[in-house]
Write a new protein. Structure first.
Length: 122
């Protein structure tokens, strides 16, 4: 009787190990760890910390009354093929010292260079 239990236990352990081995070899495309070069090129323009576009933030700070008061709120972008449209929302002090929320939308090349400021607003 002990031999039967030992063989059943061994069989059960082998089945569990086989199940774990099969389950860990997921080859689906949804779990790719490497990104294509174009995606890497685009994503390298944005801060991994807060998602801001580095060059657009630099441009915004250069035009602010108090660059030290800059606070990134949100950045989004649209891939237009040959270029990106990037919109950054931020807070900062105005000329009277009050903190205001603004946004800037710019056309950006695939290397992150600002081509044109398209719109801005409060």
């Amino acid at each position: 009787m002990k031999k039967i239990h030992k063989h059943l236990l061994t069989g059960l352990i082998l089945m569990i190990l086989l199940f774990l081995a099969i389950g860990s070899s997921d080859n689906s495309d949804s779990k790719k760890t490497t990104k294509d070069p174009r995606t890497q090129r685009i994503e390298s323009q944005f801060s991994q910390w807060d998602g801001s576009h580095r060059n657009l933030v630099k441009l915004i700070k250069e035009s602010m009354n108090d660059a030290k008061s800059f606070e990134h709120v949100e950045t989004s972008y649209w891939d237009m093929g040959e270029y990106l449209i990037v919109k950054t929302t931020f807070r900062g002090k105005n000329a009277f010292g009050g903190v205001v929320k603004n946004w800037v939308k710019a056309k950006v090349d695939l290397d992150g260079n600002i081509l044109e400021v398209l719109e801005q607003g409060p």
